[in-house]
Design a binder for this molecule. Structure first.
Ligand code: SF4
Ligand code: SF4
Length: 210
C-alpha cells in the first residue's frame, strides 16, 4: 500500500536526472499536463507567448469537455521537445511541476494533497532518500502547494458542473474562458504569480459558484 507523505518527509526517489537518464522525458504521450504556473514559467523564461508555444512545444488535450495543455512529444522520436541530444533537460531550472514531481504522484484528500511514490514509475528507481521539498526545488513551496490544491479543486468543480448540465455551447464557453483567463493572459500585473492567480481564481469561483 502506498505511503502518503508531506513535502517535509523523505522519500527513496533520488535519481540521476541531473546527470541525464531522461527516460521519463520520452514516450510520455500527452501525460505531462501543464498548469498555469508551468505556463507562466515557460512563457517568462522563454520569452514566448502561450499561443506561440502551442503546436511547437506544447499542445492541448481533451479533458472531460475542457481543453488543457501538455508538453508536446516529438512525433518521430517520442521525446519531449526540450530534451537535448545528450539526454538533458534544456529547461531544467524552470521545468514543469510534473517533471519535478516524477516519480512522485499527488493524492488529493480533504483540502489538500499528499505525495506518494508511483509504483513502477521510474525504470531506475532511486537508492537514496531525499526530502521531497528538496527534490521539487520549487521556491515558496507553501504558496505553490496551495496553488496546486486550488487549481485541482477549481477544475474538479467545473468538470462536475459541466457534466451535470450536458450543454455543448456552455462547455465551449467554459473551455475558452479557462484557456484565456488562466493560460493565455500573462501574469504580468502587480504582485506575484500567486496574487494574480488568486484574483482570477476568485473571479472564476464567483462565475461558477464554487
Ligand atoms: S526519474 Fe527515473 S526515469 Fe526519470 S531521469 Fe530519474 S532515473 Fe531517469
Ligand atoms: S521539460 Fe525537461 S524534464 Fe520535462 S519532459 Fe521535457 S526534457 Fe524532461
Amino acid at each position: 500500500m502506498a505511503q502518503f507523505m508531506t513535502s517535509r518527509e523523505m522519500a527513496k526517489i533520488a535519481c540521476r536526472s541531473c546527470a541525464g537518464c531522461g527516460k521519463c522525458c520520452r514516450g510520455m504521450g500527452d501525460s505531462i499536463h501543464l498548469d498555469p504556473y508551468d505556463i507562466d514559467q515557460l512563457t517568462r523564461h522563454l520569452g514566448r507567448s502561450f499561443e506561440d508555444l502551442l503546436g511547437d512545444k506544447i499542445a492541448l488535450h481533451a479533458d472531460q469537455g475542457l481543453a488543457l495543455p501538455h508538453l508536446l512529444m516529438d512525433e518521430e522520436t517520442g521525446a519531449c521537445g526540450f530534451l537535448s541530444d545528450e539526454g538533458l533537460c534544456g529547461i531544467h531550472s524552470f521545468r514543469p511541476g510534473l517533471c519535478r514531481l516524477f516519480p512522485l504522484g499527488r493524492s488529493y484528500e480533504g483540502e489538500g494533497f499528499r505525495y506518494f511514490v508511483v509504483e513502477g514509475g521510474c525504470p531506475e528507481p532511486g537508492r537514496t532518500k531525499i526530502r521531497i521539498s528538496r527534490w521539487l526545488e520549487i521556491p515558496d513551496l507553501a504558496s505553490y502547494e496551495a496553488f496546486v490544491t486550488d487549481w485541482h479543486y477549481l477544475l474538479e468543480g467545473i468538470r462536475n458542473r459541466l457534466s451535470s448540465r450536458e450543454d455543448p455551447a456552455l462547455t465551449e464557453q467554459v473551455r475558452w474562458y479557462l484557456l484565456q483567463t488562466f493560460y493565455a493572459r500573462p501574469y504580468d500585473g502587480p504582485g506575484t504569480f500567486y496574487d494574480q492567480f488568486g484574483d482570477r481564481l476568485r473571479e472564476a469561483r464567483e462565475i461558477f459558484r464554487l
